[in-house]
Ligand binder design. Structure first.
Ligand SMILES: [Zn+2]
Length: 211
């Protein structure tokens, strides 16, 4: 075990980032899911090394459930919620990609949505600080910050886990266990020509098999 890092959460390292001494503990009910089963991780930020490519399981879920800024861990409020990594698309395109659960059933296909994946919106000041310090964010095609819509949906990313084998019991069936929560904003805009977005989903005639 190594001691406390000199790097500070919320200053040098995003609040939601995982640290090397935060081991994955297994499956437990989680308050962030109202008691639903989730994969849990020890809470030991600032110990070991930050793993920038890996979000902490519990902190990520709370960031979406409580709209906590992934950078500083403090609540964001409507009007100061921004995303650089979210992508504007339409509900119809998400459905065509098999991501129907990302959008509410009553949202029309032409509705423009902001697919944020697993990254909750940031405070503007935090987003600008992250952009200035993170080489990955600075290298993305767009460094524009998009305002996050007030209306949003949350949908879980799950894995199949097999309960421990119990003597004399039949092998248990795998159960769905939540890892991360994803979110998608619903904007007030519509795109009447949203079906053009489906063309990107079709196989490329130059590279697909002509058979
Ligand atoms: Zn913040």
């Amino acid at each position: 075990m190594t001691g406390r890092s000199r790097l500070k959460v919320g200053v040098d390292v995003p609040w939601v980032t995982s640290w090397s001494q935060e081991e994955v503990l297994g499956v437990r009910p989680c308050a962030s899911l109202g008691g639903g089963l989730a994969l849990h991780q020890a809470e030991r930020p600032e110990f070991g090394r930050p793993n920038y490519s890996r979000n902490h399981l519990n902190r990520q879920r709370w960031s979406v459930r409580r709209m906590l800024c992934p950078m500083c861990g403090q609540p964001t409020s409507h009007g100061d919620r921004w995303t650089q990594t979210g992508r504007l698309t339409t509900a119809g395109v998400l459905r065509a990609r098999g991501l129907g659960p990302a959008v509410p059933a009553d949202v029309a296909d032409a509705q423009v949505v902001l697919n944020a994946g697993a990254i909750a919106p940031l405070h503007r000041a935090c987003a600008e600080r992250a952009l200035a310090h993170c080489p990955h964010l600075g290298a993305l095609p767009s460094t524009e910050l998009l305002p996050f819509p007030e209306r949003l949906t949350v949908f879980p990313l799950t894995i199949a886990a097999t309960p421990p084998h119990v003597l004399a019991a039949a092998p248990a069936a795998p159960i769905a266990v939540v890892t991360f929560l994803q979110l998608c904003g619903v904007t007030a805009e519509t795109d009447p020509r949203w079906r053009r977005g489906l063309r990107d989903l079709a196989p490329d005639p130059l590279t697909s098999d002509p058979a």
